[in-house]
Write a protein that binds this ligand. Structure first.
Ligand code: SF4
Length: 302
């Protein structure tokens, strides 16, 4: 029996669903019940009726699924599929920042641990960060941990003072303007669509700045036939499927090694051994649920 067939069979037996992020390898995306961005996956996690969620993404995403649907067994197939940006801000760092800036509301990118979320007022993803910050009453906002995303939001939301944290995504932050300019020279007719986790000088070269789901919507709705996609390269798998009449180029080497830890074999052994189950203290889940639910009530921004 093929690996795909074995995964599907065991998924049935365990009454499981597979949720996969847009940056997962194609073989995992193709076997998943739902593929999406962080916001879409969080929303999907709340609707799961099956007993088990196999979460193909990184640690903080699987934690959010557990927080949002705590009666389910949530499995992260590879224990070391961890997001380095999420590790750049711990609970103590956020508490200290809150102490320094009393009265500021705290907006946290979902790329944080559940324990850190427990200290936030509201979460956001790259698809709704502008909408979330704009919705706040406070004029001072602590925005953590992605500094590039915070700077991008600040360009649009100018009536608030944003206090940022020096966190970043190594995959997006490493892209340079020279790399984008090189792709533009090679493909002069292509539109540049960049993710807001990139540096400001890279975003300055983009025709559009979008979250991953925003990119998919953008290429479907705009007449251009060719695009340079400045985000993790695996998004091209979905783009090619959903806009087969268009041509896409990625930035060479734009790969998140943490997302690549999971493959079909690890999904299968996760289901076989019911490993690695996400467990969180009740109190952390209770407090982290509030900012996540507040974010979902605000909804998608683009
Ligand atoms: S792409 Fe960046 S932010 Fe996303 S999981 Fe990888 S390291 Fe973290």
């Amino acid at each position: 029996m093929s690996l795909v067939a074995q995964v599907k069979k065991l998924k049935e037996e365990r009454n499981a669903v597979i949720l996969a992020h847009n940056y997962q390898v194609p073989e995992v995306q193709d076997v998943a019940d739902f593929v999406g961005d962080s916001l879409g996956l969080s929303m999907q996690a709340t609707r799961v009726e099956a007993d088990v969620i196999v979460f193909c993404g990184v640690d903080f995403m699987a934690e959010s699924a557990k927080v949002l649907n705590p009666s389910k067994t949530v499995l992260l197939p590879e224990i070391d599929a961890q997001c380095p940006m999420a590790a750049m801000l711990g609970v103590e760092g956020l508490i200290e920042l809150k102490r320094k800036h009393p009265g500021a509301e705290v907006v946290g990118y979902v790329n944080t641990s559940a324990a850190t979320k427990a200290e936030m007022d509201v979460c956001c993803t790259s698809s709704n960060a502008v909408k979330v910050v704009s919705s706040l009453r406070s004029e001072r906002v602590i925005f953590v941990p992605d500094e590039n995303l915070g700077k991008w939001v600040q360009r649009t939301v100018q009536d608030k003072e944003m206090i940022l944290w020096p966190g970043f995504c190594p995959t997006h932050n490493s892209v340079t303007p020279a790399q984008v300019l090189k792709e533009k020279r090679l493909h002069p007719k292509a539109k540049v669509v960049a993710h807001p986790e990139c540096r400001p000088e890279v975003l300055d070269l983009a025709d559009a700045v979008k979250s991953t789901e925003g990119m998919i919507k953008f290429v479907k709705e705009t007449p251009s036939k060719e695009y340079i996609i400045v985000t993790e390269q695996e998004l091209l798998h979905r783009l090619k499927k959903e806009a087969p009449d268009k041509k896409f180029h990625s930035i060479p080497g734009m790969i998140c090694p943490n997302m690549k830890r999971i493959n079909l074999r690890s999904v299968l052994s996760s289901l076989e051994g019911m490993r690695h189950e996400v467990t969180l203290p009740e109190e952390v889940m209770r407090r982290a649920r509030l900012p996540l639910e507040r974010m979902m009530a605000i909804g998608r921004g683009d």
